[in-house]
Design a protein around this ligand. Structure first.
Ligand SMILES: [Zn+2]
Length: 90
């Protein structure tokens, strides 16, 4: 009756295989969720950037011609510059 002696080992091997495959599945799931989270974050960031750009909150610097968000600009003589350096040099 060699099979009876082998049975506990077979059970142990099967349990171990199930355990490892579940762990692998869980890891893959976690990785997928992480990637999904990252994708969502990037999408939100892009949406935010587009909102700023499309809502007319961008301005062009009269000195260097760079486009920048209006709320980050520097005002000098009623003109909006991208940086203090441009405001000073213009
Ligand atoms: Zn500038």
């Amino acid at each position: 009756m060699g099979l009876i002696k082998l049975l506990p080992w077979i059970i142990i091997i099967v349990v171990a295989l199930v355990y490892f495959s579940r762990q692998k599945q869980r890891r893959e799931k976690e990785q997928m969720e992480e990637e999904l989270c990252e994708m969502r974050r990037r999408l939100e960031e892009r949406e935010r950037n587009r909102d700023v750009a499309s809502s007319g909150e961008m301005a062009q610097c009269p000195h260097c011609g760079t486009f920048f968000p209006k709320n980050e600009g520097v005002v000098k003589n009623g003109k909006l510059y991208c940086s203090k350096k441009c405001a000073r040099l213009d």
